[in-house]
Design a protein around this ligand. Structure first.
Ligand SMILES: CC(C)(COP(=O)(O)OP(=O)(O)OC[C@H]1O[C@@H](n2cnc3c(N)ncnc32)[C@H](O)[C@@H]1OP(=O)(O)O)[C@@H](O)C(=O)NCCC(=O)NCCS
Length: 155
């Protein structure tokens, strides 16, 4: 996919599928976002389901990404979502998520789920505003032992 969109905040960005040369920028953004992932894992996710890995680009620069995987239960799951800190608050995260909903709906997937840190109020607010509901809590989910709120949305 490749689409040019104006975000809810009026920023014009391109959403397209991840390509291998994007990995350096993706890892830069992920490291500054403290997501704890490794590039090998991202490449594995991409190879498993390329359609689920989208990037946002502004003026030819990758400024955010979302990685969605398919669970054995047949749901979509957000593996990672992050926006370059210099471009946050411009509606990029929301636009990336919406694009991911579209990819899943095309596949007739009915639900999307995710885990989010208890302390990550900003992401929780974004997810709630997009229709995600809290369905559970997993203590000690993250490497540093913080718990995760599990959220799910009907697509
Ligand atoms: C979470 C994240 C992806 C949001 O991306 P973004 O492009 O800044 O988000 P958007 O501009 O699309 O904002 C969407 C909503 O998020 C919430 N939000 C964004 N920034 C916020 C802030 N500074 N304070 C409170 N809420 C905020 C709001 O609900 C906002 O909607 P609104 O502007 O209509 O009120 C981004 O903050 C990020 O990369 N964080 C670090 C990584 C991370 O936490 N990823 C999620 C892991 S589960």
């Amino acid at each position: 996919m490749e689409i040019i969109v104006s975000t809810s905040k009026g920023s014009v960005i391109k959403i397209r599928n991840f390509e291998m040369p994007d990995i350096r920028r993706v890892m830069e953004i992920e490291e500054e976002s403290f997501l704890d992932g490794e590039s090998e894992l991202y490449i594995e996710m991409y190879e498993e389901w390329p359609e689920g890995f989208l990037v946002a680009e502004k003026e030819d620069k990758v400024i955010g990404f979302v990685v969605v995987v398919l669970t054995p239960e047949g749901e979509g799951r957000v593996f990672a979502l992050a926006v370059d800190s210099q471009y946050r608050g411009e509606g990029v995260g929301r636009t990336l998520l919406k694009a991911a909903f579209g990819v899943l709906r095309k596949r007739k997937i009915g639900y999307m789920r995710l885990e989010v840190r208890v302390s990550n109020q900003i992401a929780q607010r974004l997810y709630r505003s997009m229709g995600f509901m809290e369905i559970g809590f997993v203590p000690f989910y993250y490497k540093d032992a913080e718990g995760a709120i599990v959220m799910r949305k009907v697509l």
